[in-house]
Write a protein that binds this ligand. Structure first.
Ligand code: PMV
Length: 333
């Protein structure tokens, strides 16, 4: 049997313990370990078809043909699969997110996870989830974590090497082990100001706080993982908020700023809500949106309060889960 095409589904994830910065070696290895939660309900669907008639890869995202740098990143990933499978046939890739790309949810995480899964399957390779995670991670480190549902850890990269070492994410706990809701507070509709890789590189090269962030990132991830496994919601929330603030402090110290006025207002309101007994904690990625971690029983009380904050454009309520899967395989005899 020769596999020709495969369709896959993968979900976005949000880091509770953030990754920010890369090891100064090839291979896109993160500088600190990270711990994330994959989210159910939102998905990227990707169909990849190897087509001998094509002279180069063709990528359509949400009905639009994509060229330039994004296409190069896709071709690089598929090239690794082609070289392992021993052929050079180009691919047509059609991908769509069922959540808004400007929602502040990392579409690159679900996007590259879905692409890696579809490409490996369509090439007829029987790779372990760890190997697929390593492939996705090379394109976007957070994508390595979307190869698993629930709570997932990605270690920091090796200190030395040529970039060929495998580094895969690994599941830490199923979604059911730590009940939580994530309320995404969208504060701006549009593309982010500084791409995460550019922001990281500037932080690595010029932030006076980068070294401290590296040691803090390690301590924070370990403490957060222990709190998660002990099902200690308040501690997980505190550590997740602290991780995001430390990451942004290191970036802010060299002029890399992702916040807008609403970002700060939401963080202030979360502190006030905690004072009246609600367990709400915020985390922020490379954009101005705040993702609020809340206990499931408190979510119906908290979401309307978040929606009422000036500058919150809309809210999306997400739940941990999100195991990726292959939906369809097409093969010839
Ligand atoms: O995986 P990238 O290159 O898109 O970077 C992700 C960076 C953060 O979202 C800010 C943190 C993380 O660990 O996901």
């Amino acid at each position: 049997m020769k596999v020709l095409a495969a369709s896959s589904v993968a979900h976005p994830n949000i880091a509770l313990a953030k990754y920010w910065g890369k090891r100064a070696i090839p291979g896109n290895y993160p500088a600190v370990p990270s711990l994330s939660v994959t989210l159910d309900g939102m998905a990227t669907r990707t169909t990849l078809r190897f087509d001998p008639r094509l002279t180069e890869d063709r990528f359509i995202l949400g009905n639009e043909l994509v060229l330039g740098r994004p296409l190069e990143r896709i071709t690089k990933l598929v090239d690794e699969v082609r070289s392992e499978a021993g052929f050079t046939t180009r691919a047509s890739i059609v991908s769509a997110n069922d959540f808004p790309t400007a929602s502040g949810l990392a579409s690159s995480a679900s996007g590259f996870a879905a692409l890696a899964l579809a490409a490996v399957t369509a090439a007829g390779l029987e790779w372990s989830p760890a190997r697929i995670s390593d492939l996705a991670r090379r394109a976007s480190a957070s994508a390595g974590r979307s190869i698993y549902g629930g709570y997932v850890r990605l270690d920091a990269g090796p200190l030395a090497g040529d970039g060929s070492q495998e580094l895969a994410a690994e599941p830490v706990a199923p979604a059911s082990a730590f009940p939580m809701k994530v309320v995404v507070c969208v504060t701006h509709e549009g593309a982010k100001a500084v791409a995460s890789t550019d922001g990281m590189i500037r932080t690595m090269q010029t932030s006076p706080f980068y070294e401290r962030w590296l040691s803090y990132g390690v301590e924070n991830e370990q403490a957060l993982r222990e709190a998660l496994l002990a099902n200690d919601f308040a501690r997980v929330g505190q550590l997740a908020e602290a991780s995001a603030l430390a990451m942004h402090a290191s970036a802010l110290a060299c002029g890399v700023s992702y916040f807008n006025g609403a970002t700060l207002e939401i963080m202030k309101q979360l502190r006030l809500l905690r004072e009246v007994g609600l367990q709400v904690y915020g985390t922020i990625d490379a954009g101005p949106h705040v993702k609020v971690l809340v206990r499931p029983d408190q979510e119906p009380i908290v979401t309307p309060k978040l929606r009422a904050i000036t500058g919150v454009v809309r809210t999306i309520v997400a739940t941990p889960g999100g195991e990726p899967r292959v939906e369809r395989i097409e093969a010839s005899a």
